[in-house]
Design a protein around this ligand. Structure first.
Ligand SMILES: [Zn+2]
Length: 134
């Protein structure tokens, strides 16, 4: 029984913490002042999560079908067939946050953005045959 959920979050908001000394000589921690490359770190972790997902499923192929619902302000649905290495590119222009969850063999994601303020966009991922690529 494997009930460990793994999560990876990609966000355009910097989450790096840095310390500085305020006028009273107190140490203050702030987020997003200096970026040490948190986005790249998040992508690295997401790649680990995706590889774990592939392993859990016995590496059936390198091709993944992404199904999305609630996309954008029009709440569209759609799907895309991509290489497994392209899962990390669910991004938009502008600001967003995407949270990936690996629950056993199931990988899902939820996206918050300007047009999806309540985390309206949801994605599921499934391995498909390599011949389904465009
Ligand atoms: Zn940062």
């Amino acid at each position: 029984m494997n009930d460990t959920k793994l999560k990876a979050t990609l966000t355009t908001d910097c989450v790096c913490e840095s310390a500085s000394i305020d006028s009273n000589g107190e140490e203050v921690w702030t987020t997003g002042e200096d970026c040490f490359g948190c986005y790249d770190d998040s992508v690295e972790w997401l790649r680990v999560l995706v590889r774990t997902w592939a392993k859990e499923n016995g590496l059936p192929s390198e091709t993944v079908r992404i199904e999305g619902t609630g996309l954008g302000w029009q709440k569209l649905s759609g799907y895309k067939v991509v290489d497994i290495s392209e899962i990390e590119n669910l991004d938009l222009s502008g600001e967003y946050r995407i949270e990936f969850t690996l629950d056993g063999k199931e990988l899902t994601a939820q996206r918050w953005s300007h047009d999806e303020p309540m985390g309206g966009a949801r994605f599921t991922f499934a391995f498909v045959d390599d011949s389904e690529r465009d």
